[in-house]
Design a protein around this ligand. Structure first.
Ligand SMILES: Cc1cc2nc3c(=O)[nH]c(=O)nc-3n(C[C@H](O)[C@H](O)[C@H](O)COP(=O)(O)OP(=O)(O)OC[C@H]3O[C@@H](n4cnc5c(N)ncnc54)[C@H](O)[C@@H]3O)c2cc1C
Length: 393
């Protein structure tokens, strides 16, 4: 069977849905091909920052946004704790009056954690309710870029004018394009994340906790979310000698996880600041979200970048092509490069020593940094963040 759509979107995660919803709202026909059926399993700690919420609101409109948040939000925390290994380093309270930068006018200084399978399911349902075509349980197997045709596992073929690669870290579009056009530059190797969701009766963890030095130069996390505690860690691509399974099992045992046999380890690739330098090809192929390497490496935050790049790609298809997409994505690249800079400092001996020595006495600055640079986002250099913080004090 053969189909034709103005835009074919490969992948129904947040980047694909956000692009599809944006296109439909502008009256453009499009189709999402998704290899799973929703709700699908998705490894994710579920950190959903203020900037992700604002972006989602602008994609869905305020009423649908409120409904989606009501159904997918699992918990909100105002305190987060940092550890060096298993030793407590500092606890940061985001709601302390003097952490809140007046320039940004926060109304809610809490960390929001969402249920990813539920969130993704609701986004795809919104796409369908607007008239979008979802071909789920069917994967794109090959793409003929010359004929603008995708071949699906079921044997269906789809011709398109625009192609949006929203197919995640191991993007088939990226691989197919690199084989077709040798000048196309792929993103670098991704990091490996391991994660489990433990029943809250099986581990004594509360709140949002980040553990440095469980994996050298990287971090692990334990986030209490409703009935579950999400535990995970990141191994960076160049940490080849780390036995990630053993490290994760050791971390879980140090956290005191009971009945560990109930929780098989699951892994997923995550681009960790390794952006695709030019996330477009010719005038009709757009890479968005993880497929374009849009993940901020200090926190591993990718949902915001997926939603935002999907929206940008949709708007660029409507308004005139790849150049406007590159211009808009440059801002996301700026945020990610800044995150990569901070993350690389944590891998270096002296800066990390400095951080571990001074963090315990500077919880308020860390809260301020988290609120301004992660929950919200600015391209401010470090000296300016300190200057604004001092001025506020
Ligand atoms: C362990 C872990 C924890 C994380 N925690 C957070 C967090 O707390 N906060 C945060 O903001 N981000 C987090 N992230 C990152 C975030 O999950 C991703 O950045 C985000 O999912 C990217 O969205 P996406 O739509 O680009 O890709 P995805 O969500 O990966 O969606 C891609 C979709 O494409 C489909 N697909 C792939 N290939 C094909 C094909 N050939 N044909 C059809 N469909 C295909 C897949 O089935 C999938 O549904 C985490 C990631 C991991 C791995």
């Amino acid at each position: 069977m053969e189909y034709h759509f103005n835009t074919l979107i490969i992948g129904g995660g947040p980047s694909g849905s956000s692009c599809g919803i944006t296109l439909l709202k502008h009256g453009h026909d499009c189709c999402i091909v998704e290899r799973s059926t929703f709700p699908r399993v998705k490894l994710c700690a579920g950190l959903f920052t203020h900037k992700s919420q604002e972006c989602l609101k602008s994609i869905l409109g305020p009423n649908v946004y409120t409904e989606v948040m009501r159904k997918s939000l699992m918990s909100q925390e105002s305190v987060f704790s940092l550890y060096k290994g298993m030793q407590p380093l500092v606890s940061c309270n985001l709601q302390k009056e003097d952490n809140q930068p007046t320039s940004l006018r926060y109304t809610d200084c809490r960390i929001s954690l969402v249920n990813r399978p539920v969130l993704d399911d609701l986004l795809v349902k919104n796409f369908v309710s607007l008239g979008g075509i979802l071909l789920d349980n069917d994967a794109v197997k090959d793409i003929d870029f010359a004929k603008k045709t995708a071949i699906l596992a079921s044997g269906r073929t789809i011709t398109y004018e625009h192609l949006v690669a929203a197919d995640g870290a191991n993007s088939i579009t990226e691989r197919a394009l690199a084989a077709y056009d040798k000048t196309f530059v792929k993103k670098d190797k991704s990091a490996l994340c391991i994660e489990i969701n433990v029943d809250k009766d099986d581990v004594d963890v509360t709140g949002v906790n980040i553990y440095f030095d469980i994996v050298k130069g990287s971090y692990a996390w334990a986030f209490a979310k409703g009935e579950k505690v999400c535990i995970g860690l990141v191994k960076l691509p160049w940490q080849e000698n780390t036995d990630v399974q053993h490290t994760m099992l050791d971390f879980c045992s140090r956290l005191g996880v009971r009945n560990m046999e109930k929780y098989p380890l699951r892994g997923a690739m995550l681009p960790f600041g390794n952006i695709m330098p030019r996330p477009v090809w010719n005038d009709n192929v757009f890479f968005v979200g993880d497929a374009a390497g849009l993940v901020e490496p200090l926190t591993g935050e990718g949902i915001y970048y997926a939603l935002q790049s999907g929206q940008y790609a949709g708007e660029s298809i409507v308004n005139g092509g790849t150049d406007s997409y590159i211009d808009k994505v440059a801002y996301l690249h700026g945020l990610i490069k800044k995150g990569r800079y901070y993350q690389s400092l944590l891998e270096m001996k002296l800066p990390s020593r400095f951080f571990f020595r001074h963090a315990p006495r500077n919880g308020r600055f860390i809260s301020y940094f988290y609120l301004t640079q992660i929950e919200h986002a600015t391209l401010d250099p470090f000296w300016k963040i300190i200057w604004k913080y001092k001025r506020k004090k």
